[in-house]
Design a protein around this ligand. Structure first.
Ligand SMILES: NC(=O)c1ccc[n+]([C@@H]2O[C@H](COP(=O)([O-])OP(=O)(O)OC[C@H]3O[C@@H](n4cnc5c(N)ncnc54)[C@H](OP(=O)(O)O)[C@@H]3O)[C@@H](O)[C@H]2O)c1
Length: 338
């Protein structure tokens, strides 16, 4: 049974209502080092009990492993959950660290069938284009995605890391329910044009990495020293060397705000996303990722924290001081193509 005390938000103008915080499932089997699968499964169940209903995965998270891992949970709760997955990042067989971005029709059709099979469902609730292949007109890509809706394979469409221009062009072809982009106290570049476009078009924003990939919780301070060799965060410029030290120092002002609310640093980071969205007048469903029950409880509790004007003023300067870009290659993100 879900606990209805968590607030709700609508996906797009006519989509389902979901808990106002979703769950990022990527780390449960991919990217962030070793995982305790049993605890991850218990985390999924706990999240649902707390009113979390939007679950985020992608075909690229471990070449389908993440979708396969989630399938039994979805089967047990199909009517209670909203399943979001993605296509576009093809992993070459000879190099698992590489990503080839593909948005062409044959590839999309192949991906949707594979995701449906791995997830063991008849329909995907929210299907995202994970990354933009600039060689394919976005109208063409969204045209294929719209066909999937008409064919009953997909219910709603989403786009991840698109520019405002790309979103506007896509919306002329088919309604876009959600844009998924990185948004946090450390990553605010989407406020320049994506956020205003999302608001204008009535699209729901699904901020990913709202905890700055864990850095904003203080759980690691230097990826090379604190994280295992297989953790992708070791490739992120913000989390290594001098950048990491400079960025860790930025957590001090968040700690001060957290202390005043008897909250954790991560909870303030999550509360900031909600309040910033309210300031912009946006529907928002952040998807913090965790594979531990205690952390999902902590993160859901953050939806009930209200930051004051003074808190917001304290937090405002942080993003501009962050050292290092949010991806090693910024063309991989919307801001790199604006
Ligand atoms: N569209 C895209 O391109 C894109 C890119 C990246 C991510 N995503 C999606 O967004 C989701 C969230 O992003 P993310 O996982 O990169 O980053 P995030 O949510 O900012 O942070 C996740 C990290 O924070 C840790 N964490 C979570 N809650 C915590 C707490 N209360 N205290 C201490 N540590 C905590 C997690 O560790 P544990 O898991 O060990 O608890 C994990 O290492 C992903 O799961 C994925 O579904 C999408």
């Amino acid at each position: 049974m879900t606990d209805s005390s968590i607030a709700k938000a609508r996906l797009g103008t006519d989509g389902p209502e979901v808990g106002v915080q979703g769950l990022g499932c990527m780390g449960m089997s991919f990217a962030y080092g070793p995982t305790d699968a049993e605890e991850a499964r218990a985390t999924l169940e706990r999240a649902l009990e707390l009113g979390v209903t939007l679950y985020d995965t992608a075909d690229a998270y471990g070449r389908g492993d993440n979708e396969r891992f989630l399938a039994p949970f979805f089967a047990a709760h199909r009517d209670e959950v909203v399943i979001a997955t993605k296509f576009a990042l093809s992993i070459p067989p000879d190099d698992p660290t590489k990503r080839i971005v593909r948005n062409d029709a044959p590839y999309i059709r192949q991906c949707v069938e594979a995701s449906l099979q791995r997830l063991d469902v008849d329909v995907i609730d929210l299907y995202y284009m994970h990354r933009r292949d600039v060689n394919v007109p976005i109208e063409e890509t969204v045209g294929v995605m719209a066909d999937l809706v008409r064919e009953g394979k997909v219910k709603q469409l989403g786009l991840s890391e698109v520019t405002a221009g790309e979103l506007r062009a896509a919306q002329t072809v088919h309604p876009i329910a959600a844009v998924q982009s990185e948004w946090s106290l450390f990553s605010r570049d989407i406020e320049a044009s994506v956020v205003p476009a999302v608001r204008e078009l009535g699209v729901t924003l699904v901020p990913y990495s709202p905890l700055g990939r864990g850095f904003l919780t203080g759980s690691f301070a230097n990826a090379e020293k604190d994280l295992t060799a297989d953790d992708v965060r070791r490739q992120h410029p913000r989390f290594t060397g001098d950048n990491a030290a400079a960025n860790a120092a930025l957590l001090e002002s968040i700690r001060a705000v957290a202390k005043a609310h008897d909250a954790s640093v991560g909870q303030v980071a999550l509360a900031w996303v909600h309040q910033q969205a309210a300031t912009w007048g946006l529907p928002v469903v952040p998807i913090p990722g965790t594979r531990r029950r205690t952390r999902v409880e902590e993160n859901v509790a953050a939806t009930r924290i209200e930051l004051t004007e003074t808190d917001l003023a304290t937090l405002e300067p942080i993003a501009a001081k962050v050292a290092g870009t949010r991806y090693p290659d910024m063309t991989f993100a919307s801001a790199g193509r604006e």
